[in-house]
Design a protein around this ligand. Structure first.
Ligand code: XBP
Ligand code: MG
Length: 274
């Protein structure tokens, strides 16, 4: 069985809790720019998140909530234009650093990079959004900008089908030139779980986010409420097929670090765990 060689991260909800106070606000700002009185509230947006991808989400909203809406131009063009505005608002917000990385993310990325573990991203969001988030994240002086820590950034419309399809994780694996069993994936949502497992990424860690803590995520190898930080209360184990064997390692480590990810990897791919 291969050693752990790479970690593939989702972005929204995983690296940063961007949906409620980032994407949602940007969608509403784009609607206002277009003179539309649509307002995606916090609970409504939670329902709309079942459809991944911003353009797909607008289309699904229209079909479900405004079936009689008649766009001022062909629907595809209208949605594309709205979404372009949304991306402009979102990237502007991210550039001002309005949403930071989740606790423990920078620590874990740094530990992985220092240990020679390769880093990748597999996300539904638009590539500009990833760049804006990562380039605003503060990193220690001698490290390059966070964006450059990731060898592969697979994002947005580059695959035929977005999550929960497995395409974006397949693409990340192809670009890494690694088999799924040499990787750990980190996700936050049920759509992400289906996508990662569909690509054979059984060593799947889920860190639940504000919109996903009530979802059924039990198919993942380990579900926790965050990565945690040394000196803070350890993450709570919520679920997962490897929860029992890995919980002790997590307790000893006090936070999700490389020892925890290696134990998860060993459990998921059937080694005795060393
Ligand atoms: C994230 C998403 C994204 C963002 C919007 O899903 O669903 O669509 O909400 O991004 P995941 P765009 O975390 O599972 O990848 O508007 O740029 O499409
Ligand atoms: Mg996500």
């Amino acid at each position: 069985m291969p050693e752990l060689e790479a970690i593939i991260f989702d972005v929204d909800g995983t690296l940063a809790d961007t949906e409620r106070d980032g994407h949602r606000i940007a969608f509403n700002a784009a609607f206002a720019d277009a003179g539309l009185d649509w307002e995606w509230s916090v609970p409504l947006y939670g329902e709309l998140l079942q459809v991944t991808g911003g353009k797909e989400r607008i289309r699904a909203y229209l079909a479900e909530h405004l079936p009689d809406f008649s766009p001022p131009e062909p629907l595809d063009d209208f949605i594309r234009g709205l979404h372009r505005r949304k991306t402009a608002h979102y990237t502007q917000m991210m550039r001002t650093g309005s949403i930071g990385l989740r606790p423990g993310v920078l620590r874990l990325l740094r530990e992985a990079m220092d240990a020679g573990i390769r880093l990748a991203i597999a996300t539904t969001t638009t590539p500009e959004n990833v760049s804006a988030l990562l380039s605003a994240a503060p990193v220690p002086g001698h490290y390059p900008a966070l964006e450059h820590w990731f060898e592969v950034i697979a994002a947005g419309d580059v695959v035929p089908a977005k999550k929960p399809a497995a395409d974006i994780f397949h693409l990340a694996l192809t670009e890494l030139d690694l088999p799924a069993n040499a990787c750990v994936a980190v996700e936050d949502s049920d759509n992400g779980v289906r996508s990662a497992l569909g690509a054979g990424l059984d060593a799947l860690l889920v860190t639940v986010s504000s919109y996903t803590r009530d979802q059924d995520l039990a198919a993942a190898a380990l579900v926790v409420d965050g990565l945690g930080e040394p000196g803070s209360p350890p993450p709570k184990v919520l679920d997962g097929g490897c929860a029992d064997p890995v919980a002790g390692v997590l307790r000893d480590a006090g936070c999700v670090d490389l020892t925890v990810l290696r134990a998860l990897h060993a459990c998921a791919f059937g080694r005795s765990g060393d």
